[in-house]
Design a protein around this ligand. Structure first.
Ligand SMILES: [Zn+2]
Length: 399
């Protein structure tokens, strides 16, 4: 074993707390990246380099659609969800396969170099399977389905089961998952949720926009109008939130409370009552924040101060390059810090690293700098003297 020691101004281990060791040291095995020791750096040798910034565990990006990387820069901002879906439909398959594969590999490499050690990634097709299988990054693939017509449910489910076989053949952890209540028949939400829960994991776009809440709650709004105009079926109007509707769909296939890991992505419209429902009905739930995507599509953010006081564990995702300029976890954390100034870097890192690893069931290896773990080590540079992110902050992988 050849052990290397690094010193840094701030060391965020996320073991037993979110405060940094300042200055701190960490020893790791150069062969496999395993953490051997860490602590306060009391006596730093004169010739040692002290990294100017924060050394943190590798990130866990809990919401990405890496297969959409070819859509970078193609979308108009601020169109709302109905406008966004129109654009996705226009732009899908706009690029040839080689270009799409090349863009996926480029973004996977970039994320790895920037310190992403694991990812929960959405796939609608097999474009990204080879790149994910070849990457040193751990990924769990959510094979996402949608379909508004109840009579298509069985065909959609057979299609996604075939896709799952392909993913498993590539050595990926993968299972079906529902997209969102506004693109699916209730039958398909239930069938795909049941299939996903068998694997222990679900990822669901939840309460992303007010248009979704209007559609389910009142049977009105732009998403509702679009669906009607296209002659498609609409989900039932419940008078309640889309989150309640989703929990009811889950309850139809599995007895509550559901302890499997359910990732509720976005939750821009989540209320305090919604958090109470989730804590009772879905004790294994996490909420994935994708702030830059929310601003890109509809210039809104979730009530993060309310969410953090709810006790539901929060994670961070970049979403895709159709609704973001880059797949950059530091940029997401900076966006949250600037909009919710009560957030410390330690708390943000707890979401971006450890909670993401917990969601994926990988906290024994990833997400914190603990002895025997292999989380990856990342330097976040351009930190202010007070230990906060700045507009220049950027990350790169050390190990
Ligand atoms: Zn998404």
């Amino acid at each position: 074993m050849s052990v290397k020691r690094i010193y840094s101004k701030f060391l965020y281990t996320l073991e037993g707390g979110i405060s940094p060791l300042s200055p701190g040291f960490v020893d790791y095995d150069q062969e496999d990246g395993r953490i051997v020791d860490f602590g306060y750096a009391d006596d730093i040798p004169e010739d040692a380099e002290v990294l100017d910034g924060a050394v943190v565990p590798g990130f866990v990006n809990t919401h990405c659609h890496v297969e959409l990387s070819y859509m970078k820069g193609l979308f108009r901002r601020g169109t709302g969800m109905a406008g966004f879906i129109d654009q996705i439909n226009e732009l899908r398959d706009v690029a040839p396969l080689e270009e799409r594969l090349c863009d996926i590999s480029r973004e996977m490499d970039q994320m790895w170099r920037n310190g992403v050690s694991a990812m929960a990634d959405i796939s609608n097709c097999d474009d990204s399977f080879a790149a994910k299988a070849a990457s040193p990054m751990y990924t769990r693939t959510f094979l996402e389905v949608f379909g508004t017509e109840p009579e298509d449910c069985d065909a959609v489910m057979s299609g996604v089961r075939r896709l799952q076989e392909k993913a498993l053949e590539c050595g990926l952890d993968a299972a079906p998952t529902p997209h969102a209540c506004y693109t699916m028949s209730p039958e398909l939400v239930q069938a795909s949720s049941a299939a996903g829960l068998e694997s222990g994991y679900l990822s669901f776009h939840s309460e992303e926009t007010p248009e979704e809440e209007e559609m389910i709650g009142k049977g009105s709004g732009r998403l509702w109008d679009n669906r009607k105009a296209a002659g498609m079926s609409v989900p039932p109007v419940t008078g309640g939130s889309s989150l309640e509707y989703f929990v009811d769909r889950l309850a139809a296939v599995k007895e509550l409370p559901i302890k499997e890991h359910v990732l509720l992505v976005h939750e821009v419209c989540m209320t305090k009552e919604g958090t109470e429902l989730v804590k009772k009905a879905l004790p294994g739930a996490f909420v994935a924040l994708c702030p830059r995507s929310n601003i890109y599509i509809h210039d809104a953010l979730p009530d993060v101060d309310m969410l953090r006081s709810s006790g539901i564990p929060l994670t961070i995702g970049t979403d895709s390059l159709s609704s973001n300029d880059s797949l950059d976890m530091v940029a997401e954390m900076y966006c949250l810090q600037e909009n919710f100034p009560g957030l410390s870097l330690g708390e943000l890192l707890g979401w971006a690293c450890l909670n993401g690893a917990r969601f994926l069931g990988k906290e024994a290896v990833l997400g914190s700098i603990g002895i025997g773990k292999k989380p990856g080590l990342v330097l976040v540079g351009h930190i202010s003297a007070e230990g906060r992110l700045t507009s220049s902050s950027a990350s790169y992988r050390i190990v």
